[in-house]
Write a protein that binds this ligand. Structure first.
Ligand code: HEC
Length: 159
């Protein structure tokens, strides 16, 4: 009887600590899911703003409209925001489908540099827009080059 109650207590303790471990894992997973989702919103926003800018330039919109679109693209690429979106290593920790590869974090300095380069490209574009000289889609190449670098050449994204 005594032995049985001891046994029961031990199982209960093991049970509780297992629940705690499972709880921690669930929290870590929820966190990773939220981080991945947020990061994808950041990236989608970059895609949408550069798409709008490209459309404005192509359709010969007014210089004010082009400038507004360039401002929005620059804001979307802000390296403080983009770096924060990727800072946490979520590799293998999220249930939300992510296309970010382990290389993002194992090659972090280069990855971070690409985010800074993209913002600098967006700055040049915004300056051209402010000066009224952004009139060809080709001029978006500076920033768009970085999309291709990360998405294709560097292997930061799986497809
Ligand atoms: C520093 C590297 C880097 C740069 C620069 C970069 N991306 Fe990404 N992008 C990524 C990674 C990594 C992902 C995968 C994110 C994930 O699923 O967790 C991604 C995801 C995306 C997605 C999919 C988001 C979703 O909803 O799943 C879009 C769209 C996108 N990027 C557009 C762009 C465009 C447009 C540019 C250039 C103007 C760009 N990216 C520049 C690394 C980069």
């Amino acid at each position: 009887m005594k032995f049985y109650s001891k046994f029961k207590t031990a199982t209960a303790v093991v049970g509780i600590s297992m629940l705690m471990v499972m709880g921690q894992q669930a929290t870590a997973m929820d966190d990773a899911d939220a981080i991945v989702k947020e990061r994808q919103v950041v990236m989608d926003n970059i895609k949408n703003t550069v798409g709008a800018l490209s459309k404005a330039v192509k359709s010969g919109a007014s210089s004010d409209e082009i400038l507004a679109a360039a401002d929005a693209f620059l804001a979307a690429t802000a390296s403080s925001v983009t770096i924060a979106a990727f800072e946490t290593n979520t590799h293998g920790k999220s249930t939300v489908k992510t296309t970010a590869t382990e290389k993002v974090w194992s090659d972090w300095d280069r990855f971070e540099q690409a985010l800074v380069d993209m913002e600098n490209g967006a700055k040049e574009i915004q300056m051209a827009a402010a000066g009224g000289t952004l009139n060809s889609e080709d001029q978006l190449g500076v920033a768009l080059k970085e999309c291709g670098f990360c998405h294709r050449s560097a292997g930061y994204r799986s497809r």
